[in-house]
Design a protein around this ligand. Structure first.
Ligand SMILES: Nc1nc2c(ncn2[C@@H]2O[C@H](COP(=O)(O)OP(=O)(O)OP(=O)(O)O)[C@@H](O)[C@H]2O)c(=O)[nH]1
Ligand SMILES: [Mg+2]
Length: 373
């Protein structure tokens, strides 16, 4: 299988060769050549939502207007899929689940995806595949590791966001979620499990439905921001190689932390919100374990250097002095006087990924509450 790097490279080589032939007698590079080159170098991203929760996330992403990426919803449930919004849709395992869903059974979700790998392969041939699902049910839990595997085999960088079920949803769901997490860890470059129970710590007294809605919003904002970063990299200071460097898997586990915050812009608030992004309360990472990070700062076109300095120096003081830090600026006029901070770090491995590796029937893993005791 040809990797994306080599596809990009061969696109580049073809364009260079064409240009050399066309311009044998000239010295400059034509716009046509530059346009071919840009097309060959364009980063292809795909956001895949798997199962009910994943489809919800992609629908919300899509409803928010232009996102600059292709989207795909995958489900065993024809009704859920029909009412969802995405550029492309895949009803998997038609002969297995007959469009009726998996019945909460991850084996059915897995078999359904396995039976449709040829169709899945046609979509996941991209530079970066963002995968999102809620672990604990049947479809997202069973099918998302298969989709992650196919994306990885196609040479994509795989970035997975999944939620872990509320403790109140019961131990069976937790065990299923952990098993899937273990599988996802094999094929994801960056894997960010977000425990639903964290919402309870932040906004207690919300209903289950409101909890899901808040979680959806978190996922949508995170995926939107990351897609924007990948699509716009190269604007100021950051290029795809930088982003790739932070997202790609190094070592055994797919580590990764991410945080987003918006500041009204005075110095005290900038420092406070930068800390909030680094210490994302949904993930509670240890910033000292970050060994490589990106800080992407968005603001209107006249964002002052002093603001950038406040943000970047706050990040530097929170992470280890040995860590690599790169920052970039993106222009987003819709922010007005506000500044948005995206922190993306590599190094800390989620404790949920580590525990998922050692699970047995007698040891179903800790809940969020047990982790925090
Ligand atoms: N964020 C979010 N999470 C949800 C939502 N609905 C369910 N979940 C969570 O995601 C887990 C899986 O639920 P679904 O996505 O509905 O399940 P599925 O993957 O479609 O699986 P089956 O319907 O059993 O085939 C649940 O256990 C919940 O923890 C939602 O609307 N938003
Ligand atoms: Mg479902």
């Amino acid at each position: 299988m040809q990797s994306n790097d080599s596809i990009l490279k061969s696109g580049f080589d073809n364009a260079v060769q064409q240009n050399t032939e066309n311009n044998a007698m000239k010295k400059g590079d034509s716009d046509e050549y530059l346009s071919d080159l840009l097309n060959a170098l364009k980063i292809r991203t795909l956001v895949v939502g798997v199962g009910g929760a994943g489809n919800n996330t992609v629908s919300r992403l899509q409803e928010g207007g232009h996102i600059g990426t292709n989207t795909l919803n995958v489900n065993t449930d024809a009704q859920d899929l029909y009412y969802s919004h995405s550029n492309e849709k895949l009803l998997i395992g038609k002969d297995i689940s007959r469009g009726m869903g998996s019945g909460n059974n991850p084996e059915v979700g897995k078999e359904s995806a396995e039976s449709d790998t040829e169709r899945i392969k046609q979509f996941v041939d991209a530079d970066v595949v963002f995968l999102t699902c809620g672990l604990g049910g049947g479809t997202g839990t069973g099918a998302s590791p298969v989709i992650a595997r196919e994306a990885k085999n196609a040479g994509a960088l795989v970035v997975t966001f999944c939620t872990l079920p509320f403790a109140m949803e019961g131990q069976n769901k937790r065990i299923r979620a952990n098993t899937a997490l273990n599988e996802l860890a094999k094929y994801s470059d960056t894997l960010i499990p977000i425990p639903n129970d964290r919402i309870l710590n932040l906004v207690p007294n919300v209903s289950l439905l409101t909890g899901f809605k808040i979680m959806d919003e978190v996922l949508v904002r995170t995926v939107r921001e990351l897609v924007g970063l990948v699509n716009n990299c190269g604007m100021v200071n950051l290029d795809f190689a930088d982003v790739k460097n932070v997202l790609r898997k190094r070592g055994k586990y797919p580590s990764g932390v991410i945080g987003i915050a918006e500041s009204i812009g005075d110095k005290t608030d900038l420092v406070k919100k930068t800390r909030l992004a680094i210490h994302n309360p949904l993930l509670e990472p240890d910033p000292k374990q970050v060994d490589n990070c990106l800080v992407s700062i968005s603001g209107n076109h006249d964002i002052p250097l002093s603001k950038i300095n406040n943000i970047v120096s706050t990040v530097s003081s929170e992470i280890s002095s040995n860590a690599d830090l790169k920052f970039g600026a993106m222009i987003d006029p819709s922010l007005g006087t506000k500044t948005r901070i995206l922190f993306l770090g590599k190094g800390p491995v989620s404790p949920y990924i580590l525990q998922a590796e050692n699970l047995t029937e007698d040891n179903p893993g800790k809940t969020v509450a047990e982790f925090t005791i």
